[in-house]
Design a protein around this ligand. Structure first.
Ligand code: MG
Length: 389
């Protein structure tokens, strides 16, 4: 029996690693739909290899290239956000991998949840900006969310036998990124090339910059809050540079559970498809025959203000997490385009949070409104030079 999957974001880092899992398990997994933002060449190769029933490209300006390239196939080809949502809600897909980057993935995530799918969630930004809406949509439609983020997959695995009422703390581990050992003064002159070199994980550019600022861990605190239904003060962060312990749960009796493995995103992706079962994955084992050192230390909030800002936005509530997410997305792309310095990222976010308070979004349109308002505010503030950047 095949499990049927739809992949939203098939050409990105998570999407291509997912297809590697499919290739290793042809008798167990079948791809029924794939969608990407704009990488025509790669999605055409993927369509030829995995023969899905539906392919969608969010960037409609390139749709005719996709149509031409697949004109000899009988694959249904769609464009725009609606096309991507059609992939996410495809009637034959049992599991939907939500692996688009950023808030752009929200509508497809909501489409999958509205159809009561099993959502393998790799897009943390949707829970940060629209946690209430996404969890409510899942509840109403009896959809199940299985986390693919490695930390949240670890927590999910630690909680497999239930017992959330017995949890005292969730402890998210953080690699600390490429600047864990850098001095605060050195961070002013970081280039995008330096920030894109993550020591342990090979990921897309957005999440890699988020790891360098530690905003990634901040977003993951908010993600954990929505996924596991714990209180805001029950989520801790500890820096663990080796990325072997992927997260931990502290129970009320003081006992702790952790999930360990080599850092390889294919494990949490595969587990989302096999849960509650496990399938073999032959690559990569921790080698206990050689000495191993696992270090843990508290995060430096002075050096990484993004972590403090994310926690603050969760405490404040209302529209703050959505503003935080949007301001961060703009700031990261400005940094990647070499328009701002690395340490301007938290300044931009803090400034937006200080000026744009409001109620929590209840609908998709309200999330989009907060997102666009924040992007506009950040870009205008930059133009007026009211930010000291
Ligand atoms: Mg993660």
């Amino acid at each position: 029996m095949h499990r049927t999957i739809s992949i939203i974001g098939s050409t990105g880092s998570i999407g291509t690693q997912c297809l590697d899992i499919v290739q290793r398990n042809p008798e167990r997994l079948r791809v029924v739909a794939i969608s990407a933002n704009s990488n025509v060449d790669l999605i055409v190769d993927q369509a030829r290899m995995f023969k899905p029933k539906m392919v969608a490209l969010a960037d409609e300006s390139k749709l005719n290239l996709l149509q031409q390239a697949l004109s000899d196939s009988n694959i249904e080809i769609l464009g725009g956000e609606e096309g991507v949502c059609a992939c996410a809600s495809h009637s034959e897909a049992e599991i939907v991998l939500g692996a688009a980057t950023g808030i752009a993935g929200l509508k497809s995530v909501l489409s999958a949840l509205s159809e009561g799918k099993i959502l393998a969630l790799a897009n943390k930004e949707t829970l940060v900006a629209a946690g209430d809406l996404a969890m409510e949509t899942a509840k109403i439609n009896h959809a199940k969310i299985i986390p693919v983020d490695s930390e949240h997959s670890a927590i999910f695995q630690c909680l497999e036998d239930g017992g959330i009422q017995n949890v005292e703390k969730i402890v998210l581990t953080a690699s600390g990124g490429p600047f864990r050992e850098s001095k605060r003064s050195e961070l002013d002159h970081i280039t995008p090339q330096q920030a894109l070199k993550h020591p342990n994980w090979d990921m897309g550019p957005k999440v890699t910059i988020d790891s360098a600022t530690m905003m990634n861990k901040g977003l993951e605190i908010i993600e954990a809050y929505w996924l596991f239904g714990v209180k805001k003060n029950q989520i801790d962060v500890v820096v663990h540079p080796q990325s072997i312990v992927h997260s931990m749960v502290l129970f009320t009796d003081g006992s702790m559970k952790a999930q360990l493995s080599l850092p390889d995103m294919r494990l949490p992706i595969q587990y989302a498809f096999t849960y509650p079962d496990r399938w073999p994955f032959p690559e990569g084992r921790v080698d206990w025959r050689t000495p191993q050192t696992l270090n843990f230390s508290p995060p430096d909030l002075e050096k990484f203000p993004c972590l403090r800002l994310a926690r603050q936005s969760l405490e404040v509530g209302g529209n703050a997490p959505a503003v935080l997410n949007a301001a961060n997305e703009v700031a990261v792309s400005l940094f990647l385009d070499e328009k701002i310095q690395f340490m301007a990222i938290p300044e931009i976010i803090e400034n937006a949070l200080d000026h744009l308070s409001g109620a929590a979004p209840k609908t998709f349109d309200e999330v989009v409104h907060i997102d666009q308002m924040t992007r506009k505010y950040v870009l205008n503030a930059r133009k007026r030079n009211t930010l000291n950047l």
